[in-house]
Ligand binder design. Sequence first.
Ligand code: SF4
Ligand code: SF4
Length: 367
Amino acid sequence: MSYGVYGSGRLLEKCCAYLKDCGFTDACCITDRVEDVELSRSFPGFESCNLSEAASFDAVILVPENAWISVAVRRLKAAGVTSMCYLPAYYAEEGREIGDESFIWPDLSLPRLEYLEYHVSWHCNLKCRGCTHFSNIIEGERFGDIDAFVRDMQRLQELFWGIFKIRLMGGEPLLNPKLPEFVAVSREAFPDADIRVVSNALLLREDMEDLLDTMGACGVGFDVSMYPPTKAAIGRVDGICRKKGVKLFVTPEVREFRAGMDPEGRQEPGEVYAACPARHCAFLGDGVISTCAMPQLIDIYNGCFGQNIPVVAEDIIDLYEPGLTGEELLRRLHSPMDICRFCTQKQRSFPWEPAPRTTAEAGDWWA
Ligand code: SF4
Ligand code: SF4
């Protein structure tokens, strides 16, 4: 059996060492140091090697950084490769052993989804004024439903061979005692994904062993937003993550929020959508998915302030719609929604501050 190995960095080294140990002497490393290839190429690495060679191997093993996998798969498919597997990026981590079961063989007839968000908890401990997910004004507690999540991840597996990035968020996901289950289910369903728990981290404790062990074992990291209260706690959070072997990604300090809603809905949806950074932030609800979170969350805003921003049925897609394919779902997720007319390109900045339901105002979200 001959393998062509496309990849880069530490993961490529580990993969080649493993193949050598297994006696696969026919394995041929045909791409190396993807990151060093001239940046003028749109997708470094894959144009510089002889792609026509790829189809001559019995199989191709992909070991580039996660960000390049979708591109690599497309290019290799176009080059006539029909048998291809990948090694998930977290195998580059120190101490993570590669075994035969580590190699994942995607169903190449399916597309890959680039990004997915999910609310593990809809409410939040911090309650920032103008929270884009309305977590400061939601009434009471609301948690993601693990049973629905399991079903929906299975459904997404039928539609997509992988997902580049999954963000388990809210609200504050640490409020949900079932967070470890959400982490494990996500990893089980999508071994290729860069999975992050998005948190303000204030509630993280060292004795959350189930969570920290599950995140470490699954190669899942924290995306921490550095709000002023988080800044004061980040040393403690960093210490816990280091001790438990959990990756920690921290944003620059957040001192300002932005508001960009047009409550009158006077914008042209296609125009605001085209300029919107959230336009590829697919948001999963129970059994449904939308281009961004807005159509699934606006009820919270409407209910709190007696507003009536409408949601048309087409903006929220039924994941179980008969005949729905991954390609068709991608097409719809990459299209403007009616509710985009309530967003503006013009944004208003204001200083970060807490504002729970009792002190929040409808205008907090207006541009
Ligand atoms: S920390 Fe603030 S911005 Fe983040 S989810 Fe909570 S309320 Fe929203
Ligand atoms: S509703 Fe449309 S314009 Fe507004 S955040 Fe979502 S994708 Fe962007």
